[in-house]
Write a protein that binds this ligand. Structure first.
Ligand code: AMP
Ligand code: SF4
Length: 462
């Protein structure tokens, strides 16, 4: 298998410093980040004698950590991770945090994102005799830190490692005496800092801070390395080239609606994008409904803007696995039907607008249009709160290759015919900037303008 196919990871990270029972707090925080990854999870904690202990397993946070596991992770600092399931890599060896012993000492590392020059850096390191046990970017990051000169100290070594890696990462590193947190220089993935009692917490999303009762301080800046130790929080900038290319899919789909990313509430972003969706394409209908839960906030905005009643036209069965990760198309089709049921009493005889956050392969839309028609809907109009998703993401959101993306293969009219809707409209790219009140975002999966060099990945572009 091409190594480049294996490096997609969508995850969540947390780091805690100076808080009693840190691992128990991380256990709670990780549960609020569970939407970012359900394949597996782990926590690494520093115990009273300074050793780093790690527990990680496949499964949900609530199943992986019981009293036995948490009582083995005592201490006042820790890092934690949830990992997304992809059909490509399921190996336990890729679960995080990683424990690494380098020249500089022992540490643990957890990371969210995807490093685009990983293969180049890895090959260079292997040619110098370094061995890797996993396909993970995190192990590579860890190795780079581990081989750095001891005399430079931790912060300089972590900054130096970060500078050699291109792509998307929000990374936490735990040593005996400190917690380090850094974001790539483009700022693709979110990472926020909060105060928790006398200590600190960093997490991929602010919903984790809120859950554990932490007070939000600020976001970690692109290209910034925070050092959190007994003297407090210190900021270092490891890169002078800094951009604010936050992943627009974080706002559109990935993050939880109660999180705030770089000053913009995810729910507010989605509501505004729903209102813009109506303004860009006003449609006459009897009711607006949504694909639960991802289309809900945008549907609220659409309904308010169009003064069309919002109704629960589709019901979600919360106990089935996510359809997106089923390996075959037939299983994905069945999966949608297991996950969503139409409400006949609501849609029968009605002109229905359905709002969803995105169309990737087209499976969900096609199935649900048919289900709504079967339940008696007179008209079904699909409204998508994002532009056409036509380019693969190389920064950690796994949506498959270009040939799997329906918008890369078909025109808007062809997609409309394929999903069987009466009409279809995608939000403009401009609306994403309006909804987030930002001038910079990554929108590469919509327009193909990748903010980084793509190294070997560019061969897969066409
Ligand atoms: P599809 O059925 O392949 O068109 O996928 C579209 C659905 O998957 C939408 O309802 C989204 O909420 C969801 N979705 C979008 N991006 C992703 C992703 N990267 N991983 C998992 N689900 C996604
Ligand atoms: Fe996000 Fe799309 Fe950019 Fe990937 S390419 S980081 S999914 S906006």
């Amino acid at each position: 298998m091409n190594c480049k196919d294996e490096l997609h990871e969508e995850c969540g990270v947390v780091g805690i410093y100076g808080v009693e029972h840190a691992a128990r707090v991380a256990f709670m925080a990780l549960q609020s980040l569970q939407h970012r990854g359900q394949q597996g999870c782990g926590i690494a904690a520093v115990d009273a004698d300074g050793s780093i202990r790690i527990h990680k397993e496949a499964g949900l946070v609530k199943d992986v950590f019981g009293e036995d596991e948490l009582s083995g992770l005592e201490g006042r600092s820790c890092i934690g991770h949830v990992r997304y399931p992809t059909t490509k890599v399921g190996g336990r060896e890729n679960l995080q945090p990683f424990g690494i012993t380098g020249k500089i000492g022992r540490f643990a590392l957890a990371h969210n994102g995807n490093i685009v020059n990983a293969e180049e850096v890895k090959l260079a390191m292997e040619s110098h005799g370094h061995l890797f046990s996993s396909t993970s970017d995190s192990e590579l990051f860890g190795h780079l830190i581990g081989v750095g000169p001891v005399s430079l100290g931790w912060a300089a070594n972590i900054g130096h490692a970060a500078n050699q890696l291109d792509g998307a990462y929000a990374t936490v590193v735990l040593t005996e005496n400190a917690l380090y947190a850094c974001r790539d220089k483009y700022g693709f993935r979110p990472l926020s800092l909060g105060r928790l009692g006398d200590g600190y917490i960093v997490a991929s999303e602010t919903c984790a801070l809120s859950l554990v009762g932490a007070e939000f301080i600020r976001d970690v800046e692109p290209g910034e390395l925070l050092v959190i130790d007994a003297d407090g929080v210190h900021s270092h900038h490891f890169s002078t080239e800094r951009k604010h290319r936050m992943c627009s899919m974080e706002y559109i789909y990935f993050a939880r609606p109660d999180s705030v990313i770089e000053g913009c509430s995810v729910h507010v972003f989605r509501k505004r994008s729903g209102a813009l969706l109506y303004q860009e394409c006003p449609t006459e209908a009897d009711l607006v409904t949504y694909v639960p839960e991802s289309g809900m906030s945008a549907a609220i905005g659409y309904s308010e803007a169009g003064k069309i009643p919002l109704q629960m036209g589709l019901l979600k069965n919360m106990y089935v696995a996510r359809t997106f990760i089923q390996p075959t198309q037939a299983m994905r089709n069945l999966g949608v039907r297991m996950k969503l049921s139409p409400m006949r009493s609501i849609v029968n005889g009605k002109r229905v607008v359905v709002v969803d956050d995105s169309i990737v392969r087209g499976t969900t839309s096609k199935q649900l249009v048919q289900m709504l028609r079967d339940a008696g809907a007179k008209e079904v109009h699909m409204r998508i709160a994002s532009p056409k998703y036509a380019w693969p993401c190389y920064y950690g959101i796994d949506t498959g290759t270009r040939d799997q993306l329906i918008a890369a293969q078909m025109s808007e009219q062809e997609i409309c015919d394929f999903i069987g809707a009466d009409s279809l409209y995608y939000l403009s790219e401009e609306a994403l900037f309006k909804a987030s009140e930002r001038t910079e975002l990554c929108t590469a999966c919509f327009g193909g303008g990748y903010p980084t060099d793509l190294y070997g990945y560019s061969e897969e572009k066409e």
